[in-house]
Design a protein around this ligand. Sequence first.
Ligand code: GLA
Length: 407
Amino acid sequence: MKKLAHLSALTLLPFVMGVAQAQDQFIDPNTLRPSLDPNRMSNGLARTPQMGWNSWNKFGCNIDEKTVRRIADTMATNGMRDAGYEYVVIDDCWHGERDANGFITESREKFPSGLKTLADYVHSRGLKFGIYSDAGAKTCGGKPGSLGHEYQDALTYARWGVDYLKYDWCSTGTLNAESAYALMADALKATGRPILLAMCEWGNNRPWEWGKKIGNSWRTSSDIRDAWKGREKWSIGMTDIVDVNEPLYPYAGPGHWNDADMLEVGNGGMSDTEYRSHFSLWAMMTSPLIAGNDITSMSAATRDILLNKEVIAVNQDRLGQQGRRVRDDGDQEVWSKPLSDGSRAVILFNRADKPAEIEVQWPEVGLTRSVRASVRDLWNHKSVGNIAGRYAALVPAHGVIMVKVTP
Ligand code: GLA
């Protein structure tokens, strides 16, 4: 009953805002508390890690309608949609002001047709539409956050046709993270529209311990930068993120993923070899695969990376088990990820500045030594034979060899 009262209040929201305080038969849904029921369930979305594109890594705050339309056109026609890329997500800085009733508006300067029309456009290309907000008073880019407007914002997103919300953590002060994310999850649920919830809390409050019952993914680290390694302000290199994200493998599974942040593939700060490692590692870690480059003008090498269907299949495998490092010899590593057909995806990863031979022994990936397994190279798209016991290969500096081992 209580829930129904909330819902009808939600439907009436545009009419009751402002008078809600004066007439207490109306509940302002923005004042509702989140459900912290330990048995609460998430929304059932993202049974495999979400795939798509996000504006931030390449365009930052300089995102506009024309760019988003071009991205949607490209994604629908360049093979990405067919390879599984689904969500076109506008990150920070789409916002206008809140209106007199507290409803959020889009910047009409940047999005002259409005976000509803843009969402329709993205949908007409067979894609889904995503947006960004923040649990605090302001987004990281200084735009209006959702604090105190959660139900109103969720309703607005649903009206626009939003399918995906990335929910950030700037300006949150002493807010409790679990409650804040649960509140927005409840608000999204109350709209009745399936909206994927990508929590972006950077791992500060160990979201892997409570996020599964609330949303579909949680960032585990500071922002990625387009570099092999090293911190710069609040951003860290690709391999730094790998080291934060890898140990969290037990927490990922269908519907709830460790998010290692958006891809930098194609943005120019790393070599193609390094980008192949980046993409392979994200696939192994069941991280969401969210392209972050300008896909309307990609090099052939970038296309080949983002469109490698054999590597994407490892990420999207329905078992949903996150891969992990099974051997660490300093700069040389072996990683394994069990797949639903009984095979394993394996990468030989060389962090060193010069090529190195790396070997995987079958027992390291859970196979008996004597078993013969077919080994297929997922970057060369070639079978390398039916092999017993071990597989070794020369791995380029900062590179990977990625194979599927099928007993
Ligand atoms: C934070 C997030 C980034 C991006 C920016 C936008 O830094 O972690 O992914 O969304 O905010 O301002």
